[in-house]
Ligand binder design. Structure first.
Ligand SMILES: [Zn+2]
Length: 298
């Protein structure tokens, strides 16, 4: 081999080595988180088995999930904690934002249907986005994950069972023993505001697009901001602190009751079917929520 060829070969090998180093972070799989959440939601059925975690299971799950949702980077130890509880932990990059995420999710149909939890990897969370009724309040998981994309530093909680499963025991918004509630409460205890996404049938409150409520918490500047931003798009908003909103105020919601006892912010958002099923209107709702959350501060 001539000296010139040797030099070319050496340069080539160096380039390959450099590229390999640069490529390491990109080995994380790209995943469309909205699509993934929708597949998860779509697989939840009303007649599936469900049981809440035992006290021990709840404690173990919290010891894995809370570090994961609050910027923890030791995913290997979280895998060890969460796998025996039926969770699969996935690391990757979101296909749309390219942001790195960690997700822990149970298997739809498993009686331990304890949820899908998504964290912005390594980020200190600023808010908690909650989807308690997937595949019942249709498309709310899409609103939730789209809001996650719009607001870096969000923790997303999606219930892991249909709200009607096990005769309604799986309704995490009304079962304080649910893991969803335990995670929501642990995050609220850290002072994080919660935004909980629901959906109502257009016939339940005709003429109204969105109901904004504090559940059983007092309304705050965030609630006013959310209502103002949504209204600015021409959507009719019912403000639960000013009007009666057809029993869609979420006053019996257990995450709201826990937030009230801790003095933390809880926003209960109900949107009608025509908004949730229309990608353009849904995106507008997400943008309004994101603008309100990012401007109202902690
Ligand atoms: Zn709901």
């Amino acid at each position: 081999m001539s000296a010139r060829n040797l030099l070319v070969t050496a340069l080539g090998l160096t380039c390959v080595a450099v590229l390999a180093v640069i490529n390491i972070p990109d080995r994380l799989p790209k995943l469309d988180l909205v699509e993934r959440a929708s597949q998860f939601a779509g697989a939840l059925e009303a007649n599936a088995p469900y049981r809440p975690p035992t006290v021990r299971e709840g404690e173990n799950a919290l010891s894995g999930l809370i570090p994961l949702l609050t910027g923890g980077k030791d995913t290997q130890s979280e895998v060890k904690t969460l796998t025996p509880l039926g969770f699969t932990v996935t690391e990757g990059r979101d296909a749309t934002t390219d942001r790195r995420f960690v997700m822990a999710a149970t298997e739809p149909g498993d009686e331990r249907g304890w949820g899908m939890y998504i964290a912005d990897y390594g980020a200190t969370p600023k808010q908690v986005i909650e989807v308690p009724h997937p595949n019942f309040d249709l498309d709310t998981e899409q609103i939730g994950v789209q809001l996650y994309r719009a607001l870096p530093g969000s923790a997303v909680l999606v219930a892991g069972a249909h709200r009607r499963a096990a005769n309604g025991l799986a309704d995490v918004a009304h079962n304080a023993n649910s893991l969803f509630n335990q995670v929501a409460t642990a995050l609220a205890r850290k002072g994080l505001p919660q935004v909980q996404l629901h959906g109502f049938d257009d016939k339940s409150l005709p003429g109204t697009g969105v109901v904004v409520s504090g559940g059983s918490t007092p309304h705050t500047q965030l609630h006013v901001q959310i209502a103002d931003r949504i209204e600015a798009d021409g959507t009719v908003v019912c403000r639960a602190w000013q009007q009666s909103c057809g029993n869609l105020e979420g006053t019996t919601n257990v995450q709201g009751q826990a937030a009230d006892s801790m003095g933390t912010v809880f926003a209960h958002i109900e949107s009608d079917g025509s908004i949730r099923s229309d990608p353009v209107l849904r995106a507008r709702l997400v943008a309004a929520l994101a603008a309100a959350l990012s401007s109202s501060g902690p």
